[in-house]
Ligand binder design. Structure first.
Ligand code: THU
Length: 128
């Protein structure tokens, strides 16, 4: 799986976003260390606080299928680079600080960073 392919899978997931309130669609695709991919999209709610981000939807997808060991995630926004929110950074951190993170804007490419850069000095399972 190349970075470009992972980005394209996130773009595909973005097309399935349910975002009638913000209009901002987000897609994510997690890559497990054994090469499986798990897509997610943002799912908004009339009770705004119940909205689920795309990254957390992808994590729920993978973990529900018994997969917890990830090497990368691509996150794509419909109107800008999709920098992950603080809650999603922490949720991703739970499953490893060494994750590569591709931040994309649909139709405009992506850049590569790491979860360590996005969430330095993080608190995780090893901290307790
Ligand atoms: N959103 C995500 O899916 N991921 C993030 O990390 C940031 C925000 C979604 C939530 C909401 O549906 C829309 O983007 C606008 O906030």
């Amino acid at each position: 799986m190349t970075d470009q392919q992972l980005y394209e899978l996130a773009c595909q997931a973005m097309e399935r976003a349910y975002a009638p309130y913000s209009g901002y669609r987000v897609g994510a695709c997690l890559l497990s260390r054994d090469g499986q991919t798990f897509q997610g999209c943002n799912i908004e709610n009339a009770s705004f606080g119940a909205t689920l981000c795309a990254e957390r939807a992808a994590v729920c997808h993978a973990v529900s299928l018994g997969v917890r060991d990830f090497s990368a995630i691509a996150i794509v926004g419909s109107a800008s680079m999709a920098w992950p929110c603080g809650i999603c950074r922490q949720v991703l951190r739970e499953f490893g600080a060494d994750l590569r993170v591709l931040i994309g804007h649909a139709g405009h490419g992506f850049q590569v960073t790491t979860l360590k850069d996005l969430l330095p000095n993080s608190f995780g399972p090893e901290s307790m």
